[in-house]
Design a protein around this ligand. Structure first.
Ligand SMILES: Cc1ncc(COP(=O)(O)O)c(C=O)c1O
Length: 379
């Protein structure tokens, strides 16, 4: 049987990984500035992560959501404390798309409305409602077009209000910092304005923190910089450091009913133990401060790069925009220098999404390598 060929692959076969490094089957050592697409938060093969998962799997790997699972309760408690969202409620699932799917469904149940406002250039996942709120017609199948989604520009508060005035919008969904869209972020004024309008028109504000959450920006959630309180916060990626887990945080004003949401695998024992390991390492190793410190250093050092037109994003969710398309340079970084970086919809943008444990010395290696290569690549 062959694999269904949907991914253009790099010719690299990782076989092990540790910290910020990934090793392939030819014993090449790669510096991981991509984190398996912003997933690796506490570093590859972290001892606490290995220990937690090993201990759990040797006791109980899985049982259904029909029984009591104290690990879910512990995760809710720890997450509430560490994210400063203590009074929110937690629903666990398995991926980012599923988190947004549940967030949108919940908003529709709660408000009894069905349209959604999303933003141009957004990415929210590939399942039914999530993909319909994604601004990429290539990945929206005809079956998904049943969802009624209105796309607005970032900062277009007037347009948003005009749509909300029809009183048929259940949710406004926004990536606090756009990931694949190229690291655009709204202003605090706009975010606060959105929240006010959502309150006014009985619409829920969903912050998609799937990529920007769990400490990636140096705040636990990226929206926290803007002083807003979303009704639902969706999470995944860094939450499990590679173990599949997603979830939504739900404002206390939204009431649960039996059967409203549900999943077989979501919140299973192994997933919870992985996420608890992530939370404890974020705290014990002061990763939020590390993110801020290394990010400031990165930005300072990157400013001197030739052909650079802008540095986008925050924390360790960064983008280097050049005056030429970066795809060839990205390949060179991988195949010649053994450095993984990310791409985005913007062809000139190199995305940097390393484990949150990365150190300044790793940044030095990257900047030095990039400087050398940039002598070759020019507009
Ligand atoms: C902002 C954002 N939302 C949703 C998703 C979908 O997550 P998943 O691929 O886990 O379904 C992603 C994945 O890249 C994302 O970056």
């Amino acid at each position: 049987m062959s694999l269904f060929d949907v991914y253009p692959l790099f010719n690299v076969t990782p076989v092990k990984a540790e910290g910020v490094y990934v090793y392939d089957n030819n014993d090449n050592k790669y510096l991981d500035l991509y984190g398996g697409h912003a997933v690796i938060s506490i570093g590859h093969s972290h001892p606490t992560y290995i220990k937690n998962i090993n201990q759990q799997v040797s006791k109980l790997g899985f049982y259904s959501n029909a029984i009591k699972n104290p690990l879910q309760v512990e995760l809710a408690k720890q997450l509430g404390n560490k994210s400063n969202c203590k009074n929110y409620q937690l629903f666990l699932c398995n991926s980012g798309a599923e988190a947004n799917e549940n967030a949108l469904k919940l908003a529709s149940f709660h408000t009894n409305k069905k349209k959604v406002i999303s933003f141009k250039n957004s990415f929210h996942g590939r399942t039914s409602a999530a993909v319909a709120t994604t601004d990429n017609t290539k990945i929206v199948a005809p079956i998904n077009s049943q969802q009624e989604v209105i796309f607005h520009d970032f900062e277009d508060l007037k347009g948003v209000e005009k749509t909300l005035k029809n009183n048929d919008v259940c949710a406004v969904i926004i990536e606090t910092i756009q990931g694949i869209g190229g690291l655009n972020e709204v202003t605090t004024k706009f975010y606060k304005g959105l929240q006010k309008l959502c309150n006014q028109y009985d619409t829920l504000l969903i912050a998609d923190e799937i990529q920007s959450g769990f400490g990636r920006t140096g705040d636990f959630f990226a929206f926290q910089k803007h002083g807003v309180l979303p009704d639902i916060i969706s999470m995944a990626k860094g939450m499990g450091n590679g173990f599949p887990i997603g979830g939504i945080l739900i404002h206390p004003n939204i009431q649960a009913k039996y059967g409203m949401l549900g999943t077989t695998f979501g919140g299973n024992h192994l997933a919870c133990s992985a996420s608890l390991a992530v939370l404890s390492v974020i705290e014990n190793e002061n990763l939020l401060s590390n993110v801020k410190e290394v990010s400031n250093y990165f930005i300072k050092e990157a400013k001197s790069l030739p052909h650079l037109t802008s540095i986008k994003g925050r924390g360790l969710m960064l983008g280097l925009e050049f005056n030429f398309p970066v795809s060839e340079m990205r390949k060179t970084l991988i195949y010649k220098h053994f450095i993984f970086t990310g791409s985005s919809k913007n062809p000139n943008l190199l995305r940097i999404l390393p484990p949150l444990t990365i150190q300044k010395k790793h940044i030095d290696v990257f900047i030095k390598t990039l400087k050398e290569e940039l002598k070759t690549f020019s507009s």
